[in-house]
Each structure stands twice: as structure tokens, then as C-alpha cells.
Write a new protein. Structure first.
Length: 645
């Protein structure tokens, strides 16, 4: 590409140089022609002037000769006066020829001037003889003058002829020079014309190339580089156009399990799959629909002239059917499945931004419910303005210390002694009052606030633990750590600094994680948990049994404790298989050398059953609800406490 551009640039510059050179040559020839013509004209003019002077000499000598004849015949002074007046009349012309002519002219003029001097002397002698009445001398002088005049006229005539020949030669030379110049000008003009035509061709080609590049640039600016379909910018433009027409539908789709393709087959295979999906979308969409790639594995289709949700869902299902077919990627058959969200203007959305937002909400609803295609439902939209307000308020709460911790004691099942507490965060909202974690923890996880929130919870828990320790009570504390923290390579460093700052005894701190926390990046999560255990901190898997691949992660993750989720604990007496499931989980944990903690204990019978099964610890409303630090401490003080210093 660059070589072609360099070649075109070199050709264009060469054409310009050739054109400029040709024009300069024409200009040079014009100057040379002017100078040559001027010089030739001057030479011809000089030759003509010389010829004219010789002609004057010839003419005046002839007049003198005629007057000589009249002088001899005249019988009065009046008849003889013209000769007397004209003697030496050609002298002035001869002097001019002597001074202005070339070397040849000067020589001829001097030669003839000498003869002419003798001729003039004879005429004067004739006049003198006539005055004295010497007829014989007069006749002798007249005869001599006639001979001299004849000779002079011949010499003048020869010089006139010679100068005429010279003028003719100069004129012929000038004509030849002009002819050569004309030929040269014609040749150079022809070359210049060819160069001009070539330059015009280059200019037109350059213009077309520029226009083509401009079209390509506009196309690239509006289309996705990998698939060739529209990008987000063009999608927005087409969406606005469809909305202006009064009716518009939008399908937003996302590939299911696309990350598995990338991780298993590599990013090249992922790109091939994206290209195949784009091809199928283009083939299944209507010819006036706009298919766009928003990024990653996310696509959108603008559907103009859709008037009902039924039509929108019908088109969505047609797209789903076309996409959900196996694809051959690098020799491997890959099952393709997508989740599609649909939204309609103006029934469900008021503008382009809402169409995109609502289709996105519907798409995630389809993904969560494995629906294939889902229509936007305002009633189930969790992305409300109230939620957006919660994000801003939560950010301020983290910065303004509006978070506080409540503590729920854990007891040993065998003797009902307190063996620690779990720190549970609450939000003391200035308007809404006490807000429980299920109302803001998901918001924090979705909006990048879980890391700073976890840091605040750790700081509050370790500070309270130090206060209790300074008061004479050593109480182990368990803290829930957000999933995003396990993807943070420097989380362990921050934990170490907090523990050092509050003088925490590592064995008195337990970090609780959920199974879902290790799904995103198991390798990194395992590395972070290993670093945490290296600090001496205990690691507990919380809400066990509600995740994805429990058995696998129990073997791979560095753990100390397993907490059975309340959904299993609550069924231990109410269903036939409830006790068996809890017992199986406890046996599995003990086989992996893990302590077992049961959550959600609501009555004595459940607590007794847990003791029979072999669970070491339990927590729940039956023993104590989560309480502020001072209330929890008062409850602990009144109960049997194993952990007192």
C-alpha cells in the first residue's frame, strides 16, 4: 500500500517537473527568438541603410554627370549654376559609409572617395577653365569627368548589388533561423501538450484516488473493521433516522459462552466466530435493516417500520433461529447460541438512548432466564433512575463514613460457646435510614464500588476488633470480601497494611468468599487466596452449594472453612432429603480437612440436628441477630464465650 502511494507520488512529481521544464524551454525559446529576430532585423536594417547610402552616392554622381552635360552645353551662367552647386554632393554619403559601414564598406567607401575626390577636382577645374574661356581645357576636363563619373557609377552600382546580396543572405539566414525556432517550438509545444495531458490524467487519477480514499475513510469510520458491518456511530445515525420516521425497533444480542471459545480455541477462532455471526445476521436481516457490531461479541439490529411488539418478537426469533446453528471454526464445530433483547419505539422507549438501554436490559433478562429473545419489561427493569441515584449516594457514603457494621455471633454446636462473629455491613442513609446489604451490594458490584467498599468494611472490622481486644476480649471476626477483590493483584498488600495498622492477629481474621467470586478468573483467585493464607488469615467459602462447580473449587481453592447456605440448613427437618444433603456436605468438607459452619439456624431442633451431623459451628436468628457492636458485645458478655482472652 505504501509502495503504491510512493509510486503515485513520484509519478505526479515527475509530471510536474516535466511540465515546468517544458514551459521553461518554451519561455527560453521565446526569449531566444526575440533576441535572434531583433539581431537579424538590426543587421538587415543596417544593410538596407548601407545600400541606401550607396544608392544616394550612385544617384548624386548621376545627377552631377547630367549637370556636367548641361554645363558644357549651357550658354549662360544660369545653366551652368546647378553643376557648380552639386560638386562634391556625394561626399557626405561616402563619409557616412566610411564611419558607419563594416570593414568592407569602409574600404570600398575610401577607395571610391579617393576616385570621387579626383572627379570633383576635375569638375572644379572645368568650371575654372570655363570662367577663363579656355575652351580646349574645358573640353579636356569634360571628357575626363565623363569617364570618371562612369567609373564612379559602376563602382557604386557594384556596391549596391553587393549590399543587396548581403541583405538577401541576412534575410534568408533569419528565415532559416525562424524556421528552426518554429520547428523547435512545435516539438516542445507538442511535448508540453503531451505532458499537460499526462498531468491532467495524473490529476484526475489523483482526484479519483483521493475520492476513493475519502469514501474508504468514511466507510471505515462508520463500519466495524473485523466484520464490515456498521459500528456504533452508524447505528446511532440509522436509529435516529428510523425514529424520525415514527417507528423503530431495536434488537440487541450477545453471544453466550463466547469467552469459552476465546479461552479454548484462541482469539483468532473468536474473531472467526464473530465474522460468521455477522455474516448470518446480514443474511437473515431484511435488506433495509442495519446490522451493527457494538464491540466484543455484542451486536445490534435497527428495524425500521416495526409497528408492534409481536412483529418485533417475530423478527427477533427469526434472527435467533438463523444464528443458533453450529459453526465450523478452524476445523472445530462450535455451538452458537445468543441472547437477544428487544425494545420498540415509541411504545416502550422514547428516544434512541432509551432504545439502547432498554434493549440491553431485555438482553440480560434473556441471558439470565435462558429465554433466547426477551422483550423489554419496564416492571422488571432494575436499571431505574432510583438505582442510578443509589450509585451516587453509595459513592458519597463510602467517602463520608456512612457505612457501619453489625455483628452476628457464631457458636460452637457442641457446647453453645461463642467462637467468633461475622461482620455484616449496613448503610446509615441520611434519608432512607438503615439500608441492608442486599439493596446496595449488587449496585456496588455492578458499578466498580465493591473494592473501596470492601476496604471500608475491613477497616471498620479490624478497628472494632482492636477495641474489643484492648477491652480484654479476643473475638475472631469474619469479613465478606467482594468477588472483584480476588481479581485485584494488590488486594493482599492492602490487607497486610490494614492488619499491621490495627495490630490484627492473623488467626483471628477470616475472609469469606462466595463460589461465584472465583468463576471469572480461577487462577488469579487461587493466587490471591494463597497470598491471604500466607498472611495467616483463614479463608472460608460462603453460601456453599449455590454456586457453579462446587466440587471442583473445593479441591483447587486454598480453604479453611465451609459455610453451608441457609437454604440447605432450613430444610434439614422439613424435607426427607434435607438432612442427607447437609450431612453429605459436612462429610465432604471434613474429608477435605475443612471446618463446617451452618448458616440460617432458626430453632433448637435444627441446631441439635447440626450437632448430630458433625457441624462445628452455627449462626442464625435462633442464637442472635446481627447487632451493632455494643449490643453484640453485651450479648457475648452474657453468653458462654470460648474466645475470651
Amino acid at each position: 500500500m505504501r509502495t503504491s502511494w510512493v509510486r503515485r507520488r513520484a509519478v505526479a512529481r515527475s509530471a510536474i517537473v516535466a511540465l515546468v521544464t517544458g514551459l521553461m524551454l518554451l519561455a527560453g525559446l521565446a526569449v531566444f527568438s526575440i533576441e535572434t529576430t531583433t539581431h537579424a532585423t538590426a543587421r538587415i536594417a543596417a544593410a538596407e541603410e548601407t545600400t541606401q547610402q550607396w544608392g544616394q552616392v550612385y544617384l548624386r554622381i548621376g545627377i552631377e554627370y547630367e549637370q556636367l552635360v548641361d554645363f558644357v552645353r549651357a550658354d549662360s551662367a544660369v545653366g551652368r549654376e546647378p553643376l557648380i552647386a552639386s560638386i562634391g554632393s556625394a561626399e557626405e554619403n561616402l563619409r557616412w559609409l566610411n564611419s558607419h559601414g563594416g570593414p568592407a564598406e569602409s574600404f570600398q567607401a575610401r577607395t571610391l572617395q579617393n576616385t570621387y575626390g579626383g572627379y570633383s577636382y576635375t569638375l572644379r577645374d572645368l568650371v575654372h577653365a570655363q570662367a577663363y574661356g579656355d575652351r580646349k581645357q574645358m573640353e579636356s576636363d569634360a571628357d575626363q569627368a565623363r569617364l570618371s563619373a562612369s567609373a564612379l557609377r559602376k563602382q557604386a552600382s557594384v556596391n549596391i548589388a553587393r549590399n543587396n546580396l548581403a541583405s538577401a543572405a541576412l534575410l534568408a539566414q533569419a528565415q532559416r533561423a525562424n524556421h528552426r525556432l518554429l520547428v523547435a517550438v512545435s516539438i516542445i509545444s507538442g511535448i508540453d501538450l503531451i505532458v499537460v495531458l499526462f498531468c491532467a490524467f495524473v490529476l484526475v487519477a489523483y482526484q479519483r484516488n483521493t475520492e476513493r480514499q475519502a469514501r474508504e475513510s468514511r466507510h471505515r469510520a462508520a463500519h466495524d473493521g473485523l466484520t464490515g458491518v456498521a459500528n456504533r456511530s452508524l447505528l446511532t445515525e440509522k436509529l435516529d433516522e428510523a425514529i424520525e420516521d415514527g417507528r423503530a425497533g431495536l434488537l440487541l444480542l450477545d453471544l453466550n459462552r463466547f469467552k469459552e471459545v476465546n479461552d479454548t480455541l484462541g482469539h483468532h477462532a473468536g474473531d472467526l466466530l464473530i465474522q460468521e455471526v455477522a455474516r448470518r445476521l446480514g443474511a437473515s436481516a431484511r435488506h433495509y435493516d442495519t446490522v451493527a457490531r457494538l464491540g466484543g461479541d455484542e451486536f445490534a439490529i435497527v428495524l425500521p417500520d416495526v409497528t408492534s411488539t409481536d412483529d418485533l418478537l417475530r423478527l427477533g426469533r427469526r434472527i435467533l433461529t438463523a444464528l443458533c446453528l453450529p459453526a465450523e471454526i478452524d476445523g472445530v464445530t462450535v455451538d452458537v447460541s445468543v441472547s437477544i433483547g428487544a425494545s420498540l419505539f415509541p411504545i416502550q422507549s422514547a428516544n434512541a438512548a432509551e432504545l439502547l438501554q432498554h434493549a440491553d436490559v431485555a438482553m440480560y433478562a434473556a441471558k439470565r432466564g435462558h429465554l433466547g429473545v426477551a422483550l423489554y419489561d419496564a416492571q422488571s427493569d432494575e436499571n431505574s433512575f432510583e438505582k442510578l441515584a443509589v450509585v451516587g449516594d453509595l459513592r458519597r457514603a463510602i467517602d463520608n463514613d456512612e457505612l457501619e457494621l453489625h455483628y452476628q455471633p457464631k457458636v460452637r454446636v457442641s457446647d453453645r460457646t461463642v467462637c467468633g462473629v461475622e461482620a455484616l455491613v449496613r448503610w446509615r442513609h441520611p434519608v432512607r435510614g438503615l439500608v441492608f446489604p442486599d439493596q446496595f451490594i449488587p449496585v456496588a458490584e455492578q458499578n466498580g464500588l465493591i473494592r473501596p467498599l470492601t476496604d471500608v468494611v475491613l477497616r471498620l472490622a479490624l478497628a472494632q476488633q482492636r477495641t474489643w481486644r484492648e477491652g480484654g476480649r479476643r473475638i475472631p471476626v469474619a469479613v465478606n470480601v467482594g468477588a472483584d477483590c480476588l481479581l485485584d493483584p494488590v488486594f493482599t498488600d492492602r490487607l497486610r497494611e490494614l492488619m499491621a495498622g490495627y495490630g490484627t492477629w492473623p488467626e483471628d481474621l477470616t475472609v469469606e468468599i462466595t463460589e461465584g467470586a472465583v468463576i471469572a478468573d480461577p487462577v488469579l483467585a487461587a493466587a490471591v487466596l494463597t497470598e491471604i493464607r500466607a498472611l495467616g488469615v483463614r479463608v472460608s467459602i460462603d453460601d456453599f452449594g449455590t454456586g457453579y462447580s462446587s466440587m471442583s473449587y473445593l479441591q483447587e481453592m486454598p480453604l479453611d472453612e465451609l459455610k453451608i447456605d441457609r437454604r440447605f440448613t432450613s430444610r434439614i427437618d422439613s424435607t426427607a432429603g434435607g438432612r442427607a444433603i447437609v450431612a453429605a456436605i459436612a462429610d465432604l468438607a471434613h474429608a477435605l480437612d475443612l471446618e463446617v459452619v451452618a448458616e440460617g439456624v432458626e430453632d433448637e431442633s435444627v441446631l441439635t440436628a447440626l450437632g448430630e451431623i458433625g457441624c462445628e459451628s452455627a449462626q442464625g436468628y435462633y442464637m442472635c441477630r446481627p447487632q451493632p457492636a455494643d449490643v453484640a458485645l453485651a450479648w457475648i458478655a452474657a453468653a458462654p464465650v470460648e474466645v475470651l482472652a
